[in-house]
Design a protein around this ligand. Structure first.
Ligand code: 13P
Length: 253
C-alpha cells in the first residue's frame, strides 16, 4: 500500500521569522497525523530555522533546488552536502519554474537526480506540460520525453527511491486545477512509464504527487484517484489553515 504524501513548496516566500511561525503552526496542528507523509520546502535562508522547529516531529524538511557537484567554484549554488547537513530528507528537482526561468534542461535534471540519490536524498522530480502543448495533444509525448531523459541510466533501485510530481504548467498558480480525471489520466500514464522501465513492483510502490492550484476545496477529489498519491502544494501551503486542512483531508478526517 502506497503512503500518501503532502509537500508544501513555499517557493521564494517567507522571511526567517515568518517561516518559523508557519512551521510552528503546522507542527502543532499536525502532530498526530501518522497516515500521511508531510514535508515542508522553505527557501534556503529559512531551512535551518525551520529544521530547528520540526526536527523532532512527524514533519520532514526538503530543499527546492541544488547543484549536482558537492563542492567547488560554483558561485551562488548550493551543494547536496549542505542540504543533507542542514537536515533535509527531500529535494525538489526540475520544477517548471526552474526549467523556465533558469533554463534547466532534462540533462541537468538527470545529473541532479543522480547526485541527490548518491547523497541519500529523496528527489521529487517535477514533470508537466504547457497549455500550448496540451492543446496540441502533446501532453503524453512531453511527459514521456521528460521522464526518459530525466531518469536516464537510473536503475530500479534508484528509481524506487525517487518520487515524481506531475505539475501541469497551466495549473500552477492559476487557480485552474486539473480535474481529478485529467490528473489521474496522466498519473496512470506515468505509472505505466515506470512499469515499462522498472517493472511492476517498482511501479506499484512508486509515489506520484499532483501539483497545480491544490487547495482544501479540491484535494478530496484528487486524492480519491487510484494513481494520485498526494500533492505538491504551492500557494495554499503558505497559509497554515489551508495546508493543515489539505493534510487532514488527505488523512481522512
Ligand atoms: P500552486 O499550488 O501555487 O499552483 O503551485 C504548485 C507548485 O508549483 C508546487 O510546486
Amino acid at each position: 500500500m502506497r503512503r500518501k504524501f503532502i509537500a508544501g513548496n513555499w517557493k521564494m516566500n517567507k522571511t526567517i521569522e515568518e517561516a518559523k511561525e508557519l512551521a510552528e503552526e503546522i507542527k502543532t496542528e499536525l502532530n498526530e497525523i501518522d497516515k500521511v507523509d508531510i514535508a515542508l520546502f522553505p527557501p534556503f535562508t529559512a531551512l535551518y530555522p525551520v529544521y530547528e522547529v520540526i526536527k523532532d516531529s512527524n514533519i520532514a524538511l526538503g530543499a527546492q533546488n541544488m547543484w549536482y557537484e558537492s563542492k567547488g567554484a560554483y558561485t551562488g549554488e548550493t551543494s547536496p552536502a549542505f542540504i543533507v547537513d542542514i537536515g533535509c530528507k527531500y529535494i525538489i528537482i526540475g520544477h517548471s519554474e526552474r526549467r523556465k526561468y533558469f533554463n534547466e534542461t532534462d540533462e541537468l535534471i538527470n545529473r541532479k537526480i543522480k547526485t541527490a540519490l548518491e547523497w541519500k536524498l529523496t528527489p521529487i522530480v517535477c514533470l508537466g506540460e504547457t497549455l500550448e502543448q496540451r492543446e496540441k495533444g502533446e501532453t503524453q509525448k512531453v511527459i514521456e520525453h521528460q521522464f526518459n531523459h530525466g531518469f536516464m541510466d537510473l536503475d530500479s533501485v534508484q528509481a524506487s527511491r525517487t518520487t515524481i510530481a506531475y505539475e501541469p504548467i497551466w495549473a500552477i498558480g492559476t487557480g485552474q486545477t486539473a480535474t481529478p480525471e485529467i490528473a489521474e489520466q496522466i498519473h496512470k500514464f506515468i505509472r505505466g512509464l515506470v512499469q515499462k522501465e522498472y517493472g511492476s513492483q517498482t511501479a506499484d510502490n512508486f509515489q506520484i504527487l499532483y501539483g497545480g492550484s491544490v487547495k482544501p476545496e479540491n484535494i478530496d477529489g484528487l486524492i480519491q484517484e487510484l494513481d494520485i498519491d498526494g500533492a505538491l502544494v504551492g500557494g495554499a501551503s503558505l497559509n497554515p489553515k489551508s495546508f493543515i486542512d489539505i493534510v487532514k483531508k488527505t488523512s481522512g478526517g
